[in-house]
Write a protein that binds this ligand. Structure first.
Ligand code: ATP
Length: 514
């Protein structure tokens, strides 16, 4: 596929064409940065959520789940710091009238320096072939060092200015770097302003008595306020975790990257409560564990990298992102944060209730520390979907679009195809197979068009197996099974279908790779 932009456009078009993702309220020209999932999208999303839930909750005997409400008492957001500090620095371009996140403009500039480094590495690797030592090259090549030094200095200054709320310096930085509006090329910028990302709403029938509420901007706080409920009723012993998946809402300033950055999205978060002082060890554990979860899906090791935060949020003592190579470059997919006792201590202060744990071994009470893993379900969807969409040139010179979704996540596991739809015997046998398999897997029946076209349709929709019923099937109870990725076809007995498909789609077989 041509360049990154074309590839990304193709991802968006394919997601629509095959019933994965639609623009919200499209008949009214859509609502910006809000999306709906279609008949295939809802299945893929559910399968990703289940894959996460099984790995995090079912496979850990010390992690349990909850489902907290989206509405929370408004004081929650005072305590968590969101009312005062959940801001993004925004800047407008006076000519194009476009609004940007000032920090993102600067980070994208540094991203371009990183891309230059990658280019140098590629060039050198080609030149030196087997003798190429990447680490040595990165630490000695003068041009690479210059790019790196420049990027680091810019990020350090940005971090410092944001921390000190020195928004004038953020603007100065944008001007010094001569960053132009990506749309118009203009460098005519307004001042940088802070903008709170929470959506407000009201609870109550009459205006005078209404309470101001927020739509939650993260699921984590629902876990913190329920910490004692779960610990006591579940008799949980530290270390233990509480997991949750659910909707979160943010009034994002820049929302132009499809389901990467949405105003309504879903998070999958886990807060792990630990003894103070053990945070380094658990931080390391969860970083490794979460990366292994990602790698188990087989999207390619090269597509992930850690980004350790230099600038830490006020509550954190260590934080890293797992970044993924999206069609528009490496970007955050998941965050792993060591949050200390910040959240529970804040809720103690604002609620006046003790949120402590009595440690029998140590014979003392303390406010636990928290290690958090937080991933966006929609972002994970985009990672899986965009990585799986491939255009292949076949031996006969034709091309096929194939959506090589990990079989465990695919919306439809198998399509059952009678070779000819006019043959009642084949149709009946196909439908019998569907009716048997659907107790175990989501399957589809497809009889329209020539079988070759049906294969291509299932390839593009991401179905890992096609089961074709033909004349021979009626004679000896066998079918052909066609594998989406290799296009290999095999003859197997009807009795074997379930076992063959299960082997490939079973969560256990995938999670065992962790
Ligand atoms: P970013 O820097 O991209 O805005 P963040 O650091 O604010 O993200 P967190 O608050 O750490 O993100 O949220 C945890 C996860 O939730 C992110 O890693 C991401 O996967 C997901 N997420 C956050 N904001 C959005 C959004 N607007 N749309 C979709 N997913 C999101």
């Amino acid at each position: 596929m041509a360049n990154k932009e074309d590839k990304f456009k193709k991802v968006i078009a394919h997601a629509k064409e095959y019933g994965y993702v639609f623009q919200s309220s499209e008949i009214y020209d859509g609502l910006s940065a809000v999306y709906d999932y279609g008949q295939n999208g809802v299945e893929l999303k559910k399968n990703i959520r289940d894959y996460w839930w099984k790995a995090m909750v079912q496979m850990h005997d010390n992690i349990v789940g909850i489902d907290a409400a989206i509405f929370m008492h408004p004081t929650t957001w005072k305590a968590s710091g969101h009312v005062d500090a959940f801001n993004d620095p925004l800047i407008d371009n006076k000519d194009s009238k476009k609004r940007y996140r000032a920090d993102v403009l600067v980070e994208d500039y540094v991203g371009k320096l990183d891309a230059k480094i990658e280019k140098e590495v590629k060039k050198a690797a080609k030149r030196f072939e087997d003798a190429f030592d990447k680490d040595q090259f990165l630490s000695t090549n003068p041009r690479v060092l210059q790019y790196k030094e420049k990027g680091d200095a810019i990020l350090k200054r940005l971090g410092r200015s944001l921390e000190n709320e020195d928004l004038a310096d953020v603007k100065a930085l944008i001007e010094e770097l001569e960053i132009a509006c990506p749309l118009s090329g203009s460098k005519n910028w307004t001042d940088v302003k802070q903008f709170n990302l929470m959506f407000g709403t009201k609870l109550g029938a009459s205006a005078e008595h209404a309470t101001d509420l927020y739509l939650r901007p993260e699921t984590a706080q629902g876990i913190f306020v329920n910490f004692l409920n779960v610990q006591k009723t579940g008799r949980m012993k530290i270390p233990f975790g509480i997991a949750q998946t659910g909707k979160a809402f943010r009034n994002e300033i820049v929302a132009r990257q499809f389901i990467f950055r949405m105003r309504e999205f879903e998070q999958m978060e886990m807060q792990f409560f630990i003894k103070p002082g053990t945070q380094q060890e658990w931080y390391k554990y969860w970083k490794e564990h979460r990366l292994k979860w990602h790698l188990s899906l087989g999207l390619g090791e090269d597509n992930y990298r850690f980004h350790d935060h230099e600038k830490l949020a006020h509550y954190a003592d260590a934080a890293a992102d797992i970044e993924f190579r999206f069609p528009f470059g490496f970007k955050e997919l998941e965050g792993i944060h060591s949050r200390t006792d910040f959240d529970l201590a804040q809720h103690e202060e604002y609620s006046g209730k003790k949120l402590q744990y009595f440690d029998h071994e140590e014979n003392r009470s303390y406010v636990p520390y928290v290690l958090e893993t937080s991933i966006g379900l929609d972002r994970m969807f985009l990672a899986v979907f965009s990585n799986s969409l491939q255009e292949e040139v076949l031996e006969d010179g034709t091309t096929r679009d194939v959506l090589k979704l990990p079989a465990v996540l695919a919306p439809t596991k198998a399509a059952i195809l009678p070779l000819v739809r006019k043959d009642e015997g084949l149709v009946k046998m196909s439908k019998d197979i569907v009716n048997d398999l659907k107790w175990d897997f989501s399957v589809a029946y497809d009889e329209k068009d020539a079988v070759g076209r049906r294969y291509r349709r299932q390839d593009a929709a991401g179905t890992p197996f096609c089961i074709t019923v033909d004349g021979e099937s009626l004679e000896n109870n066998t079918v052909t099974i066609r594998y989406r990725d290799t296009m290999e076809q095999k003859r197997i007995a009807i009795d074997e279908i379930k076992a063959v498909v299960k082997e490939e789609v079973d969560v256990k077989n995938w999670l065992m790779k962790m």
